[in-house]
Ligand binder design. Structure first.
Ligand code: FPP
Length: 250
């Protein structure tokens, strides 16, 4: 799997994952419906997509609807599906013009037909975009994705981390997540990209998703740039010392 091995020195483009949390509270605090909170969340999605290429982010995976979100009251689920369908329909041409490639990861067999049609349309219209790989996770469960990929990898040859990783590769721009952001003060993975987040740097903010801006994204990336990613190894200086024979140590 690809990843940015030395965070401080790397100039490689980043894969940023975002768990967009806090839409409901944002709406409720304003005396609005939760669905209106989700609608405001869509504007934040636009701000982040606009800011991402300038921050050397080439892939952005955003959790728009978890497989567990089906448990929510019917009006909220219907509102979210409608919002997703509307968004896909309205954004297809603007994204194509801006060079944004949009793909959707997650199950499609439980989505309304109109939502699936809108997803297929935007994926096809934006397929050649190279400015940003935007991936929306819809009816997505990290555990379910792992189970399905494991079954595919198991039956198609040697079963290794690489073949499992390849079997997980859905949508464009698949690779490990470098930086995982969650808004609204919650600090959990909520069944997002579990395999791909194995060595993700985590960044949390109290900001509710609809208030999230390009500046907030910049803060997260700045924090990431100051982290020392070791992937279970040692920082460079310590690694140089520990690789000397024991008798050479001071
Ligand atoms: C969590 O907030 C957010 C979601 C479950 C969905 C995120 C969806 C969007 C940002 C809108 C859809 C996006 C697109 C691009 C169409 P919550 O409802 O759990 O908020 P709460 O924790 O305050 O209740």
């Amino acid at each position: 799997m690809q990843s940015n091995l030395q965070c401080k020195s790397t100039t490689s483009p980043l894969h940023v994952g975002i768990i967009m949390d806090g839409n409901g509270r944002w709406g409720e605090r304003r005396g609005l419906t939760r669905t209106e909170g989700h609608r405001a969340g869509v504007d934040a999605v636009g701000r982040v997509m606009t800011a991402a290429p300038g921050l050397n982010i080439d892939t952005l995976t955003m959790f728009a609807f978890s497989s567990d979100n089906w448990k929510r009251p019917r009006p909220e689920v219907d509102g979210m599906m409608h919002l997703i369908e509307h968004y896909m329909t309205m954004q297809a041409q603007p994204f194509a013009d801006a060079g944004i490639r949009l793909t959707v990861i997650g199950r499609r067999d439980r989505l309304p037909d109109a939502t699936v049609a809108a997803i297929e349309k935007i994926e096809s219209v934006t397929a050649t975009g190279t400015t940003l790989n935007a991936r929306l996770a819809i009816d997505f469960s990290g555990r379910h994705a792992l189970l399905e990929a494991a079954a595919r990898a198991f039956w198609s040859g040697p079963f290794t981390a690489d073949t499992l990783s390849a079997a997980l590769a859905t949508g464009s721009g698949y690779r490990d997540i470098d930086l995982l952001i969650r808004t609204s003060g919650e600090q959990r993975l909520s069944d997002f990209l579990l395999w791909e987040s194995a060595y993700a740097e985590l960044w949390f903010t109290q900001t509710l998703w609809p208030d999230f801006t390009g500046e907030n994204l910049q803060q997260a990336v700045d924090a990431f740039r100051n982290r020392n990613r070791r992937f279970g190894g040692l920082p460079e200086a310590a690694a140089a010392v520990s690789s000397q024979p024991a008798h050479a140590l001071p």
